[in-house]
Design a protein around this ligand. Sequence first.
Ligand code: DX5
Ligand code: ZN
Length: 241
Amino acid sequence: MHSTNQTSTDRSKRLQMLRTPAVRIAPSILSADFTRLGEQIGMIEKANAQLLHLDIMDGHFVPNLSIGVPVVYSVRKCTDLFLDVHLMITDPLFYAEPFAKAGADLVTFHIEATPDPQRVIDRLRELNVGVGISLNPGTPADALAPILDKVDLVLVMTVWPGFGGQKFIEPMLEKIRAIAGQLRPDQRLEVDGGIAVHTIERAARAGADVFVAGSAVFDAADPSAEVARLQSLAQAAGKEG
Ligand code: DX5
Ligand code: ZN
């Protein structure tokens, strides 16, 4: 782990990385020990995870509060990992800029949180950050139709957002399959919620390629080994298709 002055070149390199199809694990720091956050991020780097998932909750869109702009800013200063910022907030248009300036590489917002997703996408493009769109378990895949070709990543929630450590919702596999069949090779399909060794293979077979894992990684006896294990299970299952 080291401090660098992050530039827009760093961000565009990281975004370029994400455009290449590959299996990637995105540990979610929601389950980290926040008193030792820098240390825990260093461990994630050593484990060769490619993304760091940051869950932003406002107590309105979801019934929980988590971290905000200053934490993203501090995390950006201590790592070169790809910062995958997941906004679970009611006003993504307003907060696009503060999170982009704090150092997000990609900002994912919820389609349920805005009447005009295209406007949020345009704002994020102006700010030169990657764009992700997320769907709650109750939102059908076809809600994405008008904007699917405009985003870098689709995030399918496999739990109701708000808390770590919930059980994977199996019927989401069908939604993953439906969306996977419509994406271009440069677009990623991320899953979030209940991803662990007993669920990751099914999600990978259904077509997901970025896997958020909070409790599975941070509650493991050996978090680094858990990242490797998740990665190899997903890689093998993804090849089976
Ligand atoms: C849930 C968050 C997740 C959470 C996942 O609302 O979006 O990213 O950290 O936690 P696990 O992997 O424990 O289900
Ligand atoms: Zn998340």
